[in-house]
Design a protein around this ligand. Structure first.
Ligand SMILES: [Zn+2]
Length: 283
């Protein structure tokens, strides 16, 4: 006679294996600070949700004290903070020269966030700009990725592709997945091995979102991530003071682990941790 367990087994196998939150190692590969002391509430939330590292970036010239806040945060929480180097004006003639001096010490894990195309702020820089090309050469020489905000919708994709092609040794991380859509992103990733994608700021408070606060991971994003699991890193992209309230950080971090939990466990660990560890030199 078959036991109840034997009868239920096929049903249980039919359930997705990813129904539980992802509990493995997690890096926030893209966030910002809104002030000098915000890092403390963030570090406390990291502890609560077992987020091991955060890459802190500038917000493209909006906050003139970015660099000082990031440096102070890295000094106060050296085991958690990976400092990124802000570069407010990536198409200035002197940008690459300035980078050279800053990158020499080797303490920065990334340069950015650099805003090439952000429609809401009327920023639309030529990705194939000559000065930006020198910046790409410089980050390549120092083996530091450049985190770029470049909204793909309505963008000069060819110029973006040309810049990636001309600087094959530079690693460019497309922030917020360029806003998608996934099929356009897929073509870019297939053509450009030096392109990585961060899924930061695609949470339930923003558009496009990977998922609502309680809903499933969008199947198109899921399918792309599963096809190219070595090209994605996860991030929260917190920046405004209200996002640093403990209850909000709890919601964002819980959402992140829930969404990652929908991916096959091995893919989830790549996206949550292993890709970022390689890209941003975690030892
Ligand atoms: Zn950002």
């Amino acid at each position: 006679m078959r036991t109840l367990g034997a009868l239920l087994a096929p049903l249980l196998l039919a359930l997705p294996a990813y129904a539980a939150d992802y509990t493995g190692p997690l890096v926030d590969a893209h966030s910002h600070l809104p002030g000098a002391t915000a890092i403390d509430s963030y570090a406390a939330a990291m502890k609560r949700h077992n987020v091991s590292k955060v890459l802190l970036l500038g917000v493209g010239g909006v906050q003139k004290d970015d660099a000082a806040w990031i440096t102070a945060a890295a000094q106060k929480h050296p085991d958690r903070v990976l400092p990124g180097l802000p570069l407010p004006d990536p198409t200035a003639d002197a940008a690459a020269t300035r980078l050279e001096a800053e990158l020499r010490g080797g303490r920065y894990r990334a340069v950015g966030e650099v805003h090439l195309r952000q429609v809401s702020r009327s920023i639309d820089r030529d990705p194939d700009d000559a000065a930006l090309g020198r910046v790409l050469d410089m980050v390549a020489r120092h083996r530091v990725p450049l985190v770029v905000h470049f909204e793909l919708a309505g963008a000069p994709i060819d110029a973006f592709g040309r810049a990636l092609e001309k600087h094959p040794n530079a690693t460019v991380v497309l922030a917020h997945a360029g806003g998608g859509p996934p099929d356009r992103l897929r073509a870019l990733l297939a053509q450009h091995p030096n392109l990585m994608v961060d899924l930061s700021g695609m949470h339930f408070q923003r558009t496009p979102a990977l998922a609502t606060e309680t809903g499933p991971l969008d199947p198109k994003w899921m399918s792309l991530i599963k096809k190219m699991p070595d090209r994605f890193v996860m991030g929260l992209d917190v920046w405004a003071p209200r996002l640093f309230e403990p209850a909000m950080l709890d919601r964002l971090m819980k959402w992140t682990r829930r969404v990652l939990g929908e991916l096959p466990p091995d893919v989830a660990e790549q996206v949550a941790y292993r890709n970022a560890a390689k890209l941003y030199r975690l030892d």
